[in-house]
Design a protein around this ligand. Structure first.
Ligand code: ZN
Length: 283
């Protein structure tokens, strides 16, 4: 063995080690969360969501302000066009309600409380909550939970769904409604973690800093138990360590130049929200 070969050995060995380190890092790249067990078809998610949205719109005061609607629709469209959102017919409406909350029904109808718009520090935080809700839709968490509820009549009911028959009405007969405590909107901690992780991918793709989503949830958590946040945490239990989970995942995602959003536009939306008439009492 020549002197030269001996000298070059450690370097070659080092090269191999480096290669192994790089490939193990690539191998360790986390896979996106996937929807779980589900007896519903995707089309049934969409049908159920449409029927439930019609009910929600009767029960809640939907804000009819062109600027506010255009604002949430613009953010929503950007998020919904990411491949991880799957191709559901998303819609975005503002609900006149001072509590900090947002919710999405199966198949895409998404509702954003005025209280949420009033509470966010920047557009990325609002987009963050919306991306989290979109993730519940794409991961089909609502109908996954109904599927797991072990309802003996459910498979036959879903197989027998005919055009013109209300899926929501049939589910109501099985005791599944769309109120605050509905199994459709009460997620598990695992579902929350998955919605954060898929939401992180959606936000990164749309050019929003996903850490803002986690920061906002942590900020809400500091207020957990208050009347303003009760509804949110009763349907979205805190999975914990949210900022770290997002930061860990971002390392594997394509680097992006994040869009801060216009602070003056958000300030204008907050003004509109502040001037809205008091919401009528929920039925
Ligand atoms: Zn959630």
């Amino acid at each position: 063995m020549s002197k030269r070969e001996i000298h070059s050995m450690p370097r070659r060995a080092l090269g191999i080690l480096c290669c192994m380190a790089v490939s193990s890092a690539l191998m360790a790249q986390p896979k996106p969360p996937r929807p779980g067990f589900n007896l519903f078809s995707k089309a049934q998610d969409v049908q159920l969501g449409r029927e439930a949205a019609a009910e929600v719109e009767k029960q809640y005061t939907i804000v009819n302000d062109a600027q506010l609607n255009a604002y949430v629709s613009r953010i929503g469209k950007k998020l919904a066009s990411q491949p991880e959102a799957e191709d559901y017919p998303y819609t975005f409406k503002v609900v006149s309600d001072n509590t900090i909350n947002a919710f999405a029904l199966p198949g895409g109808p998404t509702f954003i409380n005025t209280g949420l718009i009033a509470a966010v520090d920047n557009e990325a935080q609002l987009a963050g909550v919306m991306a989290h809700e979109i993730s519940h839709v794409a991961l089909r968490h609502g109908t996954n939970q109904v599927s797991k509820a072990n309802l003996i009549q459910l498979p036959a009911m879903l197989a027998g769904t005919m055009a013109g028959k209300s899926l929501a009405g049939q589910l109501a007969q099985l005791g599944i409604g769309f109120g605050a405590n509905s199994v459709l909107l009460k997620y598990s901690r695992n579902a929350e973690r998955d919605a954060d992780l898929l939401g992180t991918r959606i936000l990164n793709g749309a050019g929003y800093n996903p850490v803002e989503m986690a920061r906002f949830f942590e900020k809400l958590n500091a207020e957990a138990g208050s009347a303003r946040t009760m509804q949110f945490f009763s349907s979205h239990p805190n999975p914990g360590n949210r900022v770290k989970a997002v930061e860990d995942l971002i390392q594997y995602l394509p680097a992006r130049q994040y869009n801060e959003g216009s602070t003056s536009e958000l300030a204008r939306m907050k003004q509109i929200v502040a001037k809205l008439p008091k919401p009528r009492e929920k039925k």
